[in-house]
Design a protein around this ligand. Structure first.
Ligand code: NAD
Length: 296
């Protein structure tokens, strides 16, 4: 079997176009422009790239983008004061504090100081609890993007065997909750899982979120399974820098029914879902109907 490639880049462009349409409608019919505030502390190069591209795409869909760049030695008190200001600013519908934060800042404390209704990353403990209990919440962007692609490919996921490799709070755990919400039978595998190949071989859906280059070989993949590769790993091959996923794409594509590439799979969906979450947050706070197909 040769796998169908799930084109995350094209899918993300479609999601952004949907968001842009809704934003235009909100402006025209309600006089509201959704706004996203992104806070970056320090000068981590990868974070700077992410923040820049988030800002650019926010503006491209017609939303207001507010960037707050703070010195690496910003005190916790000052950062919390900024979050409080953004919480109380009616022009700001979504707040994202770019992680990781410098070591002297308590990430949990900062994330949990964001108004849950504006927590477009879905990391606030209230949103984690709401998702875990199947209630309306803000859903973390990367798992939401994975879910959208799976729903688009399969329609219903009900009754499918899914394995999520990785148990992080930002990807693995919320991904498992979302799959459970769509009635999959879910296994969460991690670094201590006894027989990972055997666990993966039973799965109709494999979501790999580990951060180890090409650790899942094709012969672990059940014939016809859908593979969602969240991993982003920089490696050097043949003297060149390359981005690869957690799955060995070439061998997995020979067995899978469908697979996301790296790059061009999950990555572009993450920012698209951040914009979708900002739109959702804006609609909710204004008592307007939520955009269809852009939430879990
Ligand atoms: P993390 O380091 O927080 O978690 C990794 C998980 O993998 C852990 O739960 C650990 O138990 C598990 N693990 C480690 N070694 C393992 C092994 N040998 N077998 C099975 N499980 C193992 O990472 P994260 O933040 O969840 O990110 C995972 C990957 O996804 C990274 O490559 C990251 O860059 C990528 N990522 C991509 C996006 C995107 O937008 N595409 C977003 C977030 C993260």
């Amino acid at each position: 079997m040769v796998a169908q490639v799930i084109d995350g880049k094209a899918f993300a462009a479609k999601v952004r176009a949907q968001v842009a349409d809704q934003v235009a409608k909100l402006k025209e019919e309600n006089g509201i422009t959704p706004g996203l505030a992104v806070v970056l502390v320090g000068e981590d190069p990868a974070s700077q790239v992410y923040v820049r591209s988030k800002g650019k795409m926010t503006v491209e869909v017609g939303m207001n983008s507010y960037e707050h760049k703070l010195d690496v030695d910003t005190s916790e008190e000052d950062l919390l004061a900024l979050v409080d200001k953004l919480n109380n600013d009616p022009a700001v519908h979504g707040i994202l504090v770019q992680l990781p934060l410098p070591k002297h800042l308590n990430e949990d404390l900062v994330i949990n100081s964001i108004d849950p209704a504006k927590d477009v990353d879905g990391f606030h403990i209230s949103n984690v609890g709401l998702l875990g209990t199947g209630q309306k919440s803000m859903v973390p962007c990367t798992p939401l993007g994975c879910l959208m692609m799976l729903r688009d490919h399969h329609g219903s996921l009900s009754g499918m065997d899914a394995v999520v490799i990785g148990r992080s709070n930002i990807v693995g755990k919320p991904m498992a909750q979302l799959l459970l919400g769509d009635s999959c039978t879910v296994t969460i595998a991690h670094s201590r899982t006894k027989d990972l190949p055997d666990v993966v071989r039973r799965a109709d859906i494999v979501v790999a979120a580990v951060g180890r280059p090409e650790m899942v070989p094709g012969d672990w993949i059940k014939e016809g399974a859908t593979v969602i590769d969240v991993g982003i790993n920089r490696i050097e091959r043949d003297g060149k820098n390359k981005l690869v996923g957690d799955v060995d794409y070439a061998s997995a594509a020979e067995r899978a029914g469908a697979i996301t590439p790296v790059p061009g799979g999950v990555g572009p969906m993450t920012i698209a879902c951040l914009l979708a979450n900002t739109l959702t947050a804006c609609c909710r706070v204004n008592g307007l109907p939520e955009p269809e197909g852009l939430t879990a």
